[in-house]
Design a protein around this ligand. Structure first.
Ligand code: FE2
Ligand code: FE2
Length: 390
C-alpha cells in the first residue's frame, strides 16, 4: 500500500485481506498447488467454503451441471485460478457488509454493475483465448471499489459528486479529481495493492477509464471493454453512464467479432443474476428482455461509433440487427433507425428518428456518450413501435 497518509485514510474502510483469504491466495499461487493444504485452510472458514462449493456448481463454471457436492472436490474442480475468483467473491461480500453508506443509486445496482463487468471480462478473455481469464474476472469485480472507499470516506462530498455527474454531464473521474484529488480508478488500483494482487491488476484497474492500451488483449483493455459492455447490457447504475468515445468503442481484437459480442450480451443477464444471487446472498432479478416480440432493426446512421453502439444496445434488448445480412422475417416488426426522416416511409417499416435523441444530448461534449440515456431512449421507442404494431 502506498504510504501517502491521505491515500491510507481514503482506503481505510477497505480491510486488508483476512488471514484465511491471504493464505488461500498464497497457496493457490504455488506451483504445484498443494490441494490438501488448500482444503485444510479453506474449511476453517464456513462462508468461503460455501462460496467455493456454490461457485463450482454455478452455470458460469459448471456448464455440464453435474453436481460438485464436497469442498475438496469443488477445490480441485475449480482449480488454481478460479479459487482466486472465489476469494474475491468472498471479499466482495465482506466489502458490501462493511460499507456503512448506501450507494446513492441503489446498493444492489452498484454490485450488479461490478459483477456484470467481472463476467463480461471473463467472457471476453475466453473469446480472445488469453490465459488470464481469471485475472480478468477479479479485476472486473473490484474495478469500481474505489467509489465505495470515497463514499465511506466522505459521504456528503461523494453524494455531491454523483449529483454533479447527472447535472453537469461530465464523466465521474473528472469530478472526483476536482473534489478529492484522486479518481475511484486510481484508488481501486491502490486497494488491489493493499490486497497484494500483482502489478497487472493495479495497472488495469487504475486505468479503466483511460484511452485504450495500444496493445490488444491486455488486462487493462479487457476491463475497459467489459465496463462498456456491462453498461450496454443495462448495468449502468454505477454513477457513470458516460463512456469516452475514442477511435473504437471496444478495443479491437482479431479473435473477437461482432457475433462474439452479441453472444456475450445475450448470455450476460442470466449469468449476472445467478452470480449476484450467489455472491451477494440475496435474490437478484434479471433485467427483463422481451423475447416474445420479434423485431428486426436496420440502423442507418452516419456516425460509425454511434452506429455500432446502437446495434449492440439493440442486441442486448433482444432485437435482430443488421450487423450481417438482416433475415427477411414476415412475422417480425420491421424497424429502421435513421439519421433523417425519409419523405416517404418504406412500406411496412417503422421509422425511428435518431436525431431526436441526438438533440437531447446537445450540451454533452462530443467525445462522450451517455449509454444509459441511449439505452433508455431506444427501448422506449421500441415500446412505442410495438404498441402501434400489435
Ligand atoms: Fe469506473
Ligand atoms: Fe464501472
Amino acid at each position: 500500500m502506498d504510504h501517502d497518509p491521505f491515500l491510507l485514510k481514503l482506503t481505510s474502510f477497505i480491510k486488508p485481506l483476512p488471514s484465511v483469504a491471504d493464505r488461500v491466495l498464497y497457496l493457490a499461487r504455488q506451483d504445484p498447488v498443494d490441494f490438501k493444504e488448500l482444503t485444510k485452510v479453506i474449511e476453517t472458514d464456513p462462508i468461503l467454503s460455501t462460496m467455493i462449493v456454490s461457485l463450482a456448481n454455478s452455470p458460469m463454471y459448471n456448464a455440464s451441471g453435474r453436481a460438485v457436492d464436497s469442498l475438496d472436490r469443488a477445490i480441485v474442480f475449480l482449480g488454481q485460478g478460479r479459487i482466486m475468483d472465489s476469494v474475491m467473491a468472498y471479499m466482495t461480500r465482506s466489502i458490501r457488509e462493511d460499507s456503512t453508506e448506501e450507494w446513492p443509486l441503489g446498493d444492489l445496482n452498484f454490485w450488479k454493475h461490478c459483477i456484470s463487468v467481472a463476467i463480461a471480462a471473463r467472457m471476453l478473455a475466453e473469446k480472445m483465448h488469453i490465459p488470464a481469464a481469471d485475472k480478468c474476472f477479479i479485476a472486473g469485480l473490484i474495478h469500481d471499489v474505489g467509489k465505495l472507499a470515497l463514499l465511506n470516506y466522505d459521504p456528503s462530498a461523494y453524494r455531491t459528486v454523483i449529483e454533479e455527474v447527472v447535472q453537469t454531464k461530465r464523466p465521474i473521474e473528472f469530478i472526483e479529481l476536482g473534489a478529492f484529488g484522486v479518481t475511484h480508478a486510481n484508488l481501486a488500483g491502490q486497494i488491489s495493492r493493499h490486497w497484494k494482487l500483482s502489478s497487472h491488476f493495479m495497472k488495469a484497474i487504475s486505468f479503466h477509464h483511460d484511452g485504450p492500451d495500444p496493445i490488444t488483449g491486455t488486462l487493462a483493455n479487457v476491463v475497459r471493454s467489459a465496463n462498456l459492455l456491462a453498461k450496454i447490457a443495462g448495468y449502468c447504475e454505477s454513477g457513470n453512464p458516460y463512456n469516452m468515445i475514442t477511435t473504437d468503442l471496444l478495443v479491437p481484437h482479431p479473435r473477437v467479432n461482432q457475433e462474439d459480442i452479441q453472444d456475450i450480451l445475450t448470455r450476460l443477464p442470466k449469468m449476472v443474476t445467478d452470480l449476484s444471487t450467489l455472491i451477494l446472498g440475496q435474490k437478484v432479478d434479471p433485467i427483463p428482455v422481451d423475447n416474445e416480440t420479434k423485431i428486426c432493426v436496420s440502423v442507418g446512421i452516419g456516425n460509425g461509433e454511434e452506429r455500432v453502439l446502437l446495434r449492440y444496445i439493440l442486441s442486448a434488448l433482444g432485437c435482430e440487427t443488421n450487423f450481417g445480412q438482416l433475415k427477411e422475417d414476415e412475422d417480425a416488426i420491421q424497424v429502421m433507425i435513421m439519421d433523417y426522416l425519409p419523405s416517404v416511409a418504406p412500406e411496412g417499416k417503422h421509422i425511428i428518428d435518431f436525431q431526436s435523441w441526438r438533440e437531447q444530448q446537445r450540451d454533452i461534449p462530443s467525445n462522450i456518450l451517455n449509454i444509459k440515456s441511449l439505452r433508455h431512449w431506444i427501448s422506449g421507442k421500441l415500446e412505442d413501435v410495438k404498441a402501434i404494431a400489435v
